[in-house]
Design a protein around this ligand. Structure first.
Ligand SMILES: Nc1ncnc2c1ncn2[C@@H]1O[C@H](COP(=O)(O)OP(=O)(O)OP(=O)(O)O)[C@@H](O)[C@H]1O
Length: 260
């Protein structure tokens, strides 16, 4: 259970998020949509622990979230880092090595176990045939599969996905949707996924959050932050409301509010 209690995020005078509260049960699949720059990635970084709220608190199972990432929370960004001189298999296994030693070296039985685990994960994400290749030999879809395998080797309970499929072609995206849904069900993950695509949000999530500013001061565009303006159970929301949200998302870009 994740409890988000009145969190605010400010950078200097710039209020990014204001007074967000929500409760998320284990196994929910939350998709987050909102105008560019409204703070969705910042929100994910607070769940990951690389950023802390300016005010308020996030708790997991009643305990404050640790202020650095740990194995409980895995993350997949659209842009992510790999070691170019390591093979695909080694890039997955090394995540386990970093967890164990902080230096990234494993020896003997531990090394073999990490490689076996990595191989099994590559099989699950459909990348076995590329295990001995190098990251720059992978297509965009394959890179995202690698990123997912890297996140999963630490067996996270919570998976954070920040627009992981934004750059992929529609056919490959559909394959990735199937993969993520499959992993979510099999591993009983709690997922938070940012997307620009409302349809994708509704297809994948069990619950959709729309981030937007509740109030706007044209004289002082940074004075107010975004909140969760809609919290919708998927499957129980009519097409009319979806159309309305889609229109409001394209209209209320924070860029326009700030510069327009
Ligand atoms: N470390 C930082 N210092 C100062 N401002 C920041 C920092 N990180 C993010 N911001 C600002 O916070 C705002 C929200 O950024 P964020 O990346 O969370 O938005 P987003 O909704 O994920 O956008 P997008 O959909 O374009 O990825 C932006 O105006 C950004 O410039």
């Amino acid at each position: 259970m994740i409890e988000i209690e009145h969190i605010w995020k400010r950078y200097g005078d710039n209020v990014i998020l204001e007074n967000i509260s929500a409760t998320v049960k284990e196994g929910e699949f939350i998709t987050l949509v909102g105008a560019s720059g409204c703070g969705k990635s910042t929100f994910l970084r607070m769940l990951l622990g690389t950023e802390s709220p300016s005010q308020g608190e996030i708790k997991i199972d009643g305990k404050p979230i640790p202020d650095e990432p740990d194995a409980e929370r895995g993350v997949v960004f659209q842009q992510y880092s790999v070691f170019p001189h390591l093979t695909v298999l080694e890039n997955v296994a090394i995540a386990r090595a970093f967890e164990k030693t902080r230096l990234g070296f494993l020896f003997g039985a531990a090394k073999k176990a990490a490689r076996d685990e990595a191989a099994a994960l590559l099989d699950i994400v459909g990348l076995s045939h590329m295990r001995d290749r190098y990251p720059d030999e992978l297509s965009g879809g394959m890179r995202q599969r690698l990123a997912i395998a890297q996140a999963l080797i630490l067996k996270p309970r919570i998976l954070l996905l920040d627009e992981p499929f934004g750059a992929l072609d529609p056919g490959i995206r559909a394959d990735m949707h199937d993969l993520v849904l499959d992993l979510w069900r099999k591993h009983k993950l709690t997922v938070f996924m940012v997307t620009h695509d409302l349809k994708e949000g509704f297809h994948l999530g069990t619950r959709l959050w729309v981030f937007d500013k509740l109030r706007v001061d044209p004289q002082s565009p940074n004075a107010y932050g975004a909140g969760i303006t809609y919290d919708l159970p998927v499957g129980e929301t009519g097409d009319e409301l979806l159309k309305e949200i889609d229109e409001s998302l394209s209209m209320t870009s924070t860029e326009e509010l700030t510069h327009g």
